[in-house]
Design a protein around this ligand. Structure first.
Ligand code: CP
Ligand code: NVA
Length: 309
C-alpha cells in the first residue's frame, strides 16, 4: 500500500511508471466511452471514498471516472454530514471506519495537517486531491499532457509558470526536480514562493529561476502554465493582490515572448489572469489537460494499490 500525498515523497522512477501506465491505458481504451471499464478490471471490488472540504468540479468527476474505469466504485462524503466536523468525532476514529468500509481515501482539504493526521490513522492508501500547499494529481497529469502534446520528455522543454506562488506551483516545482526540467517562474516580488519552498529549491539545486518581469519568464518557453491569482485558501487582501498581478496577465503580447509553438495550460477554474484570446486560441490546451486527469489518476490509483503494470 502506498500513499499519494506529495510528489517530493515519491521516487522519479515511480512517477515515470505512473505516466507510462497512463499512456498505455489511455491508448487501449480509445474506442470506449466514459463508463465502460478497462478489460483487465484491476480494481474490481474496490471502493474509493472521496471527501471534499472545498469546491471541486474536475477532481470530483475525474476520480469518479478513474475508479469506475478500473472496475471499482466510489462514494463522495460531505464533511458537513459527518460527525468529524460537527459532532467532534476524531480523525483517528473516522480513519478507522474509512479503512474498514473503503479501500482508498481521497481528500481535498483546507488544512495540510489533516492530511498527515489521516495518513497516520488510515490503513488504506490516501490521495491528496488538493491542499493549501500542493495539488500533486493535477501536476502529474499536466506533465502527461505536456509530453503527449509536445511528443518529447519534459526534461527537454522550457517550462514557465506565470502567476501566484500557490499549491499548484509548489507541485510543479517538485515535479521539476523529479523529472529534471528547467522551470522559470514569473510573479511579483511580494508573491514569491514561501521560505519552505525556497529552501527546497535551494536544497535540490534544480534549475528554477524566479523573475519579477513576466516577459523574462515567458522568454523562449515551450509551455506556459498559469492559475488563478486568488486561490480557495487565500486569506489576503484580494483587491490589492489582483492589482499587483495586473502586469502578469497572460495576453497575446506576453505569449509573443515564448516560442511560436508554445502551449498554454491552466488547471482551471480560471480568473482574470489570462486574456480570453489566449484562453480560446489554438495554443491553449486546457480542455485536453482537464480530460487527461482521468487517465493519470487511474495510474495513481494503481500505484497506490501496487498494481502498476
Ligand atoms: N483543477 C482542479 O482541481 O479543478 P477542481 O477544483 O474543479 O477540482
Ligand atoms: N490554486 C487553486 C487551484 C484550484 C484547482 C486553488 O487552490 O484554489
Amino acid at each position: 500500500m502506498k500513499h499519494f500525498i506529495n510528489l517530493r515523497d515519491i521516487s522519479s522512477k515511480d512517477l515515470r511508471k505512473i505516466l507510462t501506465d497512463a499512456k498505455k491505458r489511455k491508448k487501449e481504451r480509445q474506442k470506449l466511452s466514459n463508463l465502460e471499464v478497462d478489460k483487465d478490471l484491476p480494481l474490481k471490488g474496490k471502493l474509493l471514498i472521496q471527501m471534499f472540504e472545498k469546491s471541486s468540479l474536475r477532481t470530483r468527476l475525474s476520480f469518479y471516472l478513474s475508479i469506475k474505469q478500473l472496475g471499482g466504485s466510489t462514494i463522495t462524503l460531505r464533511p458537513d454530514e459527518l460527525h468529524l466536523s460537527k459532532g467532534g468525532e476524531s480523525i483517528e476514529d473516522t480513519a478507522k471506519i474509512l479503512s474498514n468500509f473503503g479501500n482508498a481515501f481521497m481528500l481535498r482539504t483546507d488544512n495540510d495537517e489533516k492530511l498527515l493526521e489521516f495518513k497516520r490513522h488510515l490503513s488504506v492508501p490516501m490521495i491528496n486531491g488538493l491542499s493549501p500547499s500542493s495539488h500533486p494529481s493535477q501536476i502529474l497529469s499536466d506533465i502527461f499532457t505536456v509530453e503527449e502534446i509536445k511528443k518529447k520528455p519534459i526534461s527537454k522543454l522550457n517550462i514557465t509558470w506565470i502567476g501566484d506562488s500557490n499549491n499548484v506551483l509548489n507541485s510543479l516545482i517538485e515535479a521539476s526536480v523529479k523529472f529534471s526540467f528547467k522551470l522559470k517562474i514569473g510573479c511579483p516580488k511580494s508573491y514569491q514562493p514561501n521560505k519552505d519552498v525556497m529552501r527546497y529549491i535551494k536544497y535540490t539545486k534544480n534549475e528554477i529561476l524566479i523573475f519579477n518581469d513576466p516577459k523574462k519568464a515567458a522568454n523562449g518557453a515551450d509551455v506556459i502554465f498559469s492559475d488563478k491569482v486568488i486561490s480557495m485558501n487565500d486569506k489576503v487582501d484580494k483587491i490589492k493582490k489582483l492589482v499587483n498581478f495586473k502586469k502578469f496577465k497572460i495576453n497575446e503580447k506576453l505569449m509573443g515572448h515564448a516560442k511560436k509553438d508554445c502551449i498554454f495550460l491552466h488547471c482551471l477554474p480560471r480568473g482574470t489572469e489570462v486574456d480570453e484570446k489566449v484562453f480560446a486560441s489554438n495554443q491553449s490546451k486546457v480542455w485536453e489537460q482537464a480530460s487527461n486527469r482521468v487517465h493519470v489518476q487511474k495510474s495513481i490509483l494503481l500505484y497506490c494499490f501496487s498494481k502498476l503494470r
